[in-house]
Design a protein around this ligand. Structure first.
Ligand code: URA
Length: 208
């Protein structure tokens, strides 16, 4: 028991160190005016499932400091999460790039490969510290970001909604919940069906 308390304590310290390092990070030139969306508000250390998105949105995580909240992607994500009976408090949510990337005119843009690679060590350490049984990637950027942490051969096209082994955990590749993806690549009904795999992965993990 004392050992378990100690290990939880040190996980908490590791998480706090990670948050402080991310807050001080100035690696991406274009994002030096932003700050990393990483804190205890991302979710519970020790969560069974971790969701990895692309990058915080300007109206979303960059403003609210909570990934996938305050914008349409966040509202879509909340619906999908609820469809499998998961509450935000039970999960950990992060992004491939922890800061909000913007164009010269201030619109959201995709993080570049370099920006995702600059953040890769933060993602690796979040996986280690949170130690989830199931990792769910939201979109192709996140699936690639995870591949850089440790190789996997999966693609969104071939493996969407499948439960795959990854680094002693289970990986579920899903589409991103943005309104653009919803309108063009993966409609509501298909996304709701995909989320059933998250519930399946959690059942598999619990049975191990
Ligand atoms: N909000 C996030 O936190 N991540 C995304 O990828 C999109 C919106």
């Amino acid at each position: 028991m004392a050992e378990r308390r100690e290990s939880l304590g040190s996980k908490q310290e590791q998480f706090e160190a990670l948050v402080a390092e991310a807050a001080a990070c100035r690696r991406c030139e274009a994002m030096c005016g932003r700050s990393a969306v990483l804190s205890e508000r991302n979710g519970r250390a020790g969560a069974r499932v971790m969701f990895v998105g692309e990058a915080p949105g300007r109206q979303g995580g960059d403003r609210t400091r909570v990934p996938f909240s305050g914008d349409q992607s966040g509202r879509n994500f909340a619906r999908y999460l609820a469809s499998v009976g998961l509450a935000r408090e039970e999960v950990f949510i992060t992004n491939s790039a922890l800061c909000n990337p913007r164009t010269g005119t201030g619109a959201n843009r995709r993080p570049t490969r370099l920006e995702v690679s600059n953040c890769s060590d933060f993602l690796r350490r979040q996986v280690e510290v949170i130690d989830p049984r199931v990792v769910v990637t939201l979109g192709a950027v996140a699936l690639e970001a995870l591949r850089a942490v440790e190789y996997h051969p999966f693609t969104l096209k071939e493996n969407v909604g499948q439960v795959q082994p990854w680094r002693g955990r289970l990986l579920v590749p899903l589409y991103h919940p943005s309104p653009q993806v919803l309108a063009s690549h993966r409609r509501e009904a298909a996304q709701l069906e995909d989320y059933q795999s998250v519930a399946r992965a959690l059942r598999l993990a619990a049975a191990k």
